[in-house]
Ligand binder design. Structure first.
Ligand SMILES: NC(=O)c1ccc[n+]([C@@H]2O[C@H](COP(=O)([O-])OP(=O)(O)OC[C@H]3O[C@@H](n4cnc5c(N)ncnc54)[C@H](O)[C@@H]3O)[C@@H](O)[C@H]2O)c1
Length: 277
């Protein structure tokens, strides 16, 4: 798909990977609807890009609410007349507790944003892309949608769900002109570790501890990617019509190891980042 003069909608666009995808789409000549729940960060990002001449609109939207996603679609059509690329990217990391200590309210939050937000995006936007015979949907899953580690049970459940949903979707949309990509990053230097900043107040989760810049810079020198690199991976996948978007070679090794466990009947074990596979 040629991106110039087309329209993208990006959720979770006020920070991290979503912001980087929005910036990259603008640089590639697209109009972008940037959607997020975090009002101040969204307003700042949109104002900065508009001041630089970009065709962007900001829409406050909670992706876990199907009605708000339907309004997002209507606002995008009102602003730019069509939608060619949808990035279902908004996500939260969960509470960092063991699965068996995760409350129903936290399950609702994590699955609502990370899995249902993607499902609602697909349901709202795919029909108009099928009607126009052209489009591309990018669902942000994670390496955590392919392999599991402890303390992230609700996140894994949601992200494995996004992978399965995306695999079904690409088969369903074959021949319609609408492509699908499933983005499965490993570590990217974003604010994902501060996700509780966006948790509903009634969950009463502890305020996030800001990740120290030295730590992020240290990670960037080792395993964590700059979000702009991931945005480049996404643009390549859209233009090439490629489904899987893996950001780290180690993901293939971890998936291979998991598949070996599965095929041989071995019980899953903890693998740390950097473990020799
Ligand atoms: N950073 C990583 O290492 C990493 C790795 C794999 C996958 N991911 C996934 O990438 C996506 C983007 O996360 P990020 O790393 O850029 O983190 P981030 O926290 O920097 O950005 C996430 C954005 O989503 C928004 N958001 C949260 N809840 C929302 C809601 N209910 N409705 C609308 N917007 C909402 C936040 O306000 C924020 O702007 C997520 O789906 C995340 O799970 C991140």
């Amino acid at each position: 798909m040629e991106l110039r003069n087309k329209v993208a909608v990006v959720t979770g666009a006020a920070s991290g990977i979503g912001l980087a995808m929005s910036e990259r789409f603008v640089a590639d000549g697209m109009s972008v609807v940037m959607a997020d729940i975090e009002v101040d960060a969204l307003t700042d990002a949109v104002a900065r890009l508009q001041a630089a001449g970009a065709k962007v609109e900001g829409i406050v939207c909670d992706v876990s609410d199907a009605d708000q996603i339907a309004s997002l679609r209507d606002s995008a059509l009102a602003a730019f007349g069509a939608v060619h690329v949808l990035c279902n990217n908004a996500g939260v990391g969960g509470s960092g507790k063991p699965t068996w200590k995760t409350s129903p309210a936290v399950w609702d939050w994590v699955v609502g944003v990370d899995l249902l937000g993607v499902a609602y995006g697909v349901q709202a936007f795919a029909p108009l892309m099928v009607d126009q015979g052209e489009g591309h949907i990018v669902n942000t899953a994670s390496e955590a949608g392919l392999c599991a580690t402890p303390m992230l049970g609700s996140y894994h459940a949601a992200k494995y769900g996004v992978v399965g949903l995306s695999e079904a979707l690409v088969m369903e949309l074959a021949g319609t002109g609408v492509g699908v990509s499933c983005l499965c990053p490993e570590l990217v230097a974003t604010r994902i570790f501060e996700s509780t900043r966006n948790a509903p107040a009634h969950l009463d989760l502890p305020a996030p501890k800001p990740v120290p810049m030295e730590m992020l810079e240290g990670l960037l020198k080792t395993t964590a990617l700059d979000p702009g690199v991931v945005a480049g991976n996404v643009v390549d996948a859209i233009t090439e019509g490629r489904f899987w978007v893996l950001t780290h070679e180690s993901t293939r090794l971890r998936v291979h190891h998991r598949n070996e466990n599965l095929e041989s009947g071995r019980t899953p074990e903890m693998l740390a980042i950097g473990d020799d596979l």
